[in-house]
Unconditional design. Structure first.
Length: 148
């Protein structure tokens, strides 16, 4: 029972993070849009991402809530956080002449090194959640009798 509660908390943190950042971007859309315009991406990619990114974060957060779609949501979260972390890593390595942060809410105030550590911690949480969920699934499939 205690392990299940820890798992729920580990999964709940990414849900809260993506709900927070997605909603923050939508609520302060003008600033988010300006930040996206200064990204190091082709213009043909930037405009759709400006709309898709906050919506994707909210959808992924929603996927992580019900048990049936949780694993898919955690994988999507892991992929997105890895992409965000690669961008932060590139900014830390000064691979861009200028690297604006298009994060939502108070995350904009983090330095690149703090942001990198923050993202890596959430990646670790996602990996732990995936491992736990896979172990849990193996146990439940072993306990169910085969259907005739």
């Amino acid at each position: 029972m205690k392990k299940e509660l820890i798992y729920e908390l580990i999964t709940g943190l990414p849900v809260l993070l993506f709900l927070y950042t997605g909603l923050s971007k939508l609520l302060d859309f003008k600033n988010f849009e300006v930040s996206m315009l200064f990204q190091h991406l082709p213009a043909s990619v930037t405009l759709p991402m400006t709309y898709l990114l906050p919506l994707s974060e909210i959808v992924v957060a929603a996927l992580m809530i019900p048990d049936k779609s949780r694993l898919a949501g955690i994988y999507a979260f892991l992929i997105m956080m890895t992409a965000f972390t690669l961008y932060v890593g590139a900014a830390l390595l000064h691979l861009f002449p200028k690297a604006p942060c298009a994060c939502g809410g108070m995350l904009k105030s983090l330095g690149w090194d703090q942001h990198f550590v923050f993202n890596v911690l959430f990646i670790i949480l996602a990996v732990i959640a995936i491992r736990y969920y896979q172990d849990k699934r193996k146990l439940t499939t072993k306990q169910k009798p085969p259907e005739a």
